[in-house]
Design a protein around this ligand. Structure first.
Ligand code: SF4
Length: 506
């Protein structure tokens, strides 16, 4: 991967041909995507989107012993205020019994800095962060303003690096550079790979001071795996996946979320990297394999019954643990099926729409199909080659599912909900609020204390859907007492009419 020599990671649009504008039937996306026809699409009208700084802040502020400096206007860091409790909880769950929560500073660039430059403020902020917190790492997160005025964050970090002990990580995350917020994941991993993951072995520093200790460590590493958590993986999700991997006899090095920077330093010594979402971790795992020879698996999320089994089989196949994996899958599936038996009749034939990140939306829709529900529409935030495997499963069962690739765009969502009238909408709260106002029952596709992954996640999602569908009176009443902001005639329009090149209509 030659990308790593560059200061910044490429945009997802360029690296993967990622698209965020599509509306049509689910089976209609594969051909134009493969032919590159979905690149450079746009919307003639766009209502809301998500800057890549949001996922970047969610991951980076969760890191232990790490300070994040948002280099830019003060508003760029606003999202951190909503992350406080979940960051602290995540750090505590990851073993930090004195969690410091989100440590972040802003260089608070103003109009004068726009003309005179923000490098002096950035330098002062780095020194202040080191003096105040003595962290293990300081992240310099570049936003739109320094990107536009040309601040050289790499030079500033180079200039001060000898004055402080913390590792310095410049992360190029300017919001205006990309329409695909998942570019943030590459930007973060890019910086860690360039500045922290150096492959220097602890044995080189005398940590293991005799031959027996070195040999024991070598044996341990044969069963050590990197488990790539994502910021939309809850503590219970992490416990469930760790439980399954422990059953295979594996020890988990979890990163990046809630991790100490040492988890990144250890990563090159693992026997395998295990992804839970290719949208999130392909950049990191591919480079780890290329540079340090650590193989990886991760084509799908372990959400859903079949998907969890496939995920375990992929891990086991790389480590020669197939027989153990089959035994685990058989016993876990049997237990799950027994638990689901009384729930499934309430779900059979009920209809659903979903929206969220690409893989989570599609994998959760596949799970709902496994539970006997009918999927009417899916709205992933973006689409790229990773989504193809789940799209194929969904369209194989029902080719008339509507597919709307959209980061937010509530006007399209509301139009589609009014046409489809699903029993249930599963999405993030920013999407669910629109469905709720349409009178549809909603279930969060991610909530800090719930579980979604693995066999326990499949059961819990089914259990919660049954509860939500049992009483829909709140949303019924809500829809009668609130007004959506759209004119009546919008609901009879093609929901995808503003997608340029969107001739594949509803
Ligand atoms: S779009 Fe630019 S200015 Fe706005 S929050 Fe993102 S980085 Fe900051």
């Amino acid at each position: 991967m030659s990308y790593i020599d560059a200061k910044a990671a490429p945009r997802r649009e360029d690296r993967l041909g990622t698209c965020i504008e599509f509306g049509g039937l689910i089976g209609d996306i594969a051909k134009p995507f493969c032919e590159g026809c979905l690149k450079n699409r746009s919307r003639a009208f766009s209502q809301g989107t998500i800057c890549q700084l949001l996922p970047a802040l969610a991951i980076l502020t969760s890191l232990q012993e790490t300070v994040v400096i948002a280099h830019g206007a003060i508003g760029c860091g606003g999202a951190v205020h909503s992350l406080g409790s979940s960051v602290r909880l995540g750090q505590w769950r990851s073993g930090d019994k004195n969690p410091k929560g989100a440590l972040w500073l802003s260089t608070n660039l103003n109009e004068q800095d726009v003309t005179s430059g923000g490098e002096v403020k950035l330098r002062e902020a780095i020194l202040e962060a080191d003096r105040r917190y003595r962290p293990d790492a300081i992240i310099i997160l570049s936003t739109c303003v320094p990107g536009i005025i040309g601040d050289d964050i790499d030079s500033v970090t180079n200039d001060v690096k000898d004055q402080i002990s913390a590792a310095l990580l410049p992360v190029h995350c300017e919001g205006f550079k990309t329409k695909v917020m998942a570019t943030a994941y590459d930007a973060i991993f890019h910086s860690f790979l360039r500045n922290v993951v150096d492959g220097r072995d602890e044995t080189d520093f005398g940590v293991y001071d005799n031959e027996a200790a070195v040999a024991a460590e070598a044996i341990r590493r044969k069963r050590l795996v990197n488990l790539m958590n994502v910021s939309s993986m809850t503590g219970p999700d992490q416990n469930e996946l760790t439980r399954l991997l422990n059953k295979l006899g594996l020890e988990v090095n979890m990163l990046p979320c809630d991790a100490h920077p040492d988890a990144f330093r250890k990563a090159p010594f693992a026997a395998l990297s295990i992804g839970v979402c290719p949208t999130h971790d392909d950049y990191f795992m591919s480079y780890l394999e290329e540079k340090f020879g650590v193989p990886f698996v991760g084509g799908q999320m372990p959400i859903g019954i079949e998907n969890t089994g496939t995920w375990l089989r992929q891990v086991a196949a790389k480590l020669g643990l197939q027989e153990t994996a089959e035994r685990i899958i058989e016993s876990e599936s049997a237990e799950l099926n027994r638990a689901l038996e009384p729930i499934l009749p309430s779900l059979k034939g009920r209809t659903a729409m979903l929206s969220a990140g690409e893989m989570r939306t599609l994998a959760t829709a596949v799970l709902l199909q496994e539970l006997g529900m009918e999927i009417l529409a899916v709205r992933p935030y973006h689409y790229d080659e990773f989504g193809a495997v789940e799209v194929e499963k969904l369209s194989g069962i029902n080719p008339s599912i509507r597919l709307n690739v959209a980061t937010a765009q509530p006007f399209e969502a509301v139009n589609m909900i009014n046409r489809a009238k699903p029993d249930l909408y599963i999405g993030h709260n920013s999407d669910n609020v629109w469905a709720a106002k349409c009178g549809v029952s909603v279930l969060p596709i991610y909530g800090t204390n719930s579980i979604y992954s693995g066999y326990a996640g499949a059961y819990d999602i089914a259990r919660r859907i049954r509860r939500h569908l049992a009483n829909t009176s709140f949303n019924d009443k809500l829809s009668r007492n609130v007004r959506q902001p759209y004119r009546k005639n919008w609901y009879s329009e093609d929901p995808f009419k503003y997608i340029k090149g969107g001739e594949l209509s509803a």
